[in-house]
Design a binder for this molecule. Structure first.
Ligand SMILES: Cc1cc2nc3c(=O)[nH]c(=O)nc-3n(C[C@H](O)[C@H](O)[C@H](O)COP(=O)(O)O)c2cc1C
Length: 398
């Protein structure tokens, strides 16, 4: 599936550099040619010899290599590839890419290339969550840089959390999807999914019954049609699909910030069951039972409306904005009103009253509502609803 594709693989200086060697091997198994480039820091983790042996080609390391530079080697190297993959992408490399620095071979190649760049971040959880890295990631996404991972998990440093490099088979799948010539190839689609959690105090929260199954299926279906998908998910019970860029959030406010950070996108599908309200008087410490039996009185304020915010954007609005309306009564009337009120192009309406078994279940029965009218779909597995919707999105973006 990667036959004849030429991948320039920049290996950064992190512990996960050893996994990049496995990635070279697996990409070559699938027919790709891989040219490795090591940063000076990467050479502390893997040797040029092992990268070169696995790639069966020269491993590049030095910007001022006279032999190569007689032919402007760095420009040629950056242009000859079909795709540039940065794996692992260190916090440092991400920052250099944002700043446009070019003070070694890796950063110069990244600045000189005219090809798509896919970064595979791997770093300590604090480094990943640092505001500087958050800013850099947002900026790179808006520059069109593709991301694979990171994911939550145990780290070499002993900590646990987001920042762990996505597993090698998933990186291979993401790389394959970049070359996929499906009808959505070259398109970026934002999908939100899952519930949000709105804290009452540091240990309690208000949630809803969304499992994330429908949003996950939609992201996978869009990916299968070749889209580059950014998947912003609340704490769902269904794991996110492989081969998409996952951003995990908890609250509606975080979801809005992540969704805005993921733009520009050609289409946005807001599947998440976002809480309408957040607790206005949330406790900074755990709220204790009162000796006199008095009960806590929670007060609420409205959460930001993510669909309306994006639907009503002027410049930078995705060409197609799709909302979901999960209702328990007067489904079509509520959903039709939502279409106009929120500036959406389509609303996918479904009845989630408990008797339907849809919320948390495997099937869905939806009606697609647009300016052209209502189109009821039969009750179908969530994957089939997702596949139909993805095909419709591909048609709309033609
Ligand atoms: C043992 C060790 C492990 C490291 N692991 C990582 C890592 O996983 N991710 C990261 O961003 N930086 C990591 N660093 C820091 C980078 O090596 C350092 O920022 C370096 O300047 C990166 O250079 P490069 O981006 O040119 O490869 C690590 C450093 C050490 C000493």
């Amino acid at each position: 599936m990667l036959n004849g594709k030429h991948i320039l693989m920049i290996i950064g200086g992190g512990v996960a550099a050893t996994k990049a060697l496995d990635l070279i091997r697996r990409l070559r198994d699938r027919g790709a040619e891989v040219t490795p480039v090591l940063t000076p820091a990467a050479e502390h983790f893997v040797t040029p010899l092992s990268a070169s042996a696995l790639a069966a080609r020269k491993c590049y390391r030095d910007l001022f290599d006279l032999t190569d530079e007689a032919e402007m080697g760095h420009i040629q190297l950056s242009r000859a590839a079909d795709l540039v993959v940065v794996c692992p992408a260190t916090a440092d490399l991400l920052a250099k890419m944002v700043a446009g620095l070019a003070n070694d071979l890796a950063s110069t190649l990244l600045l000189a290339t005219d090809k798509k760049v896919l970064v595979v971040p791997a770093m300590n959880v604090r480094m990943w969550e640092h505001p500087a890295t958050r800013r850099n990631v947002e900026r790179l996404r808006s520059d069109g840089v593709l991301f694979a991972g990171p994911v939550d998990g145990p780290m070499a440093c002993g900590e646990y959390g987001p920042g762990r490099m996505v597993e090698v088979p998933q990186i291979v799948a993401t790389i394959a999807s970049v070359f996929d010539s499906g009808p959505l190839s070259g398109r970026h689609v934002l999908v939100t999914s899952g519930p949000t959690h709105e804290p009452i105090d540091p240990v309690r929260y208000i949630a809803n019954r969304s499992s994330g199954a429908q949003g996950t299926a939609i992201a996978a279906a869009l990916r299968d049609l070749g889209a580059s998908v950014t998947f912003v998910t609340g704490p769902a019970s269904v794991p996110p699909p492989s081969g998409v860029a996952v951003i995990r959030v908890e609250t509606a406010e975080e979801m809005l910030a992540a969704a805005q950070g993921a733009l520009p996108a050609d289409a946005a599908v807001f599947t998440a069951a976002v809480a309408d309200w957040q607790v206005a008087n949330r406790g900074e410490v755990k709220i204790k039972k009162q000796a006199d039996g008095s009960l806590p009185a929670l007060s609420f304020r409205e959460n930001p409306d993510i669909l309306a915010t994006v639907g009503q954007m002027g410049m930078g609005r995705p060409r197609l904005v799709v909302g979901f309306a999960a209702e328990t009564n007067d489904v079509i009337a509520h959903a039709t009103a939502k279409l106009a009120r929120k500036g959406a192009d389509w609303i996918v309406a479904n009845d989630v009253s408990p008797a339907t078994g849809i919320m948390g279940g495997t099937e869905n029965a939806v009606t697609l509502i647009s300016a052209d009218g209502q189109e009821p779909w039969p009750r179908l597995p969530k994957e089939e609803v997702a596949a139909r919707l993805a095909r419709r999105i591909a048609e709309a973006l033609k």
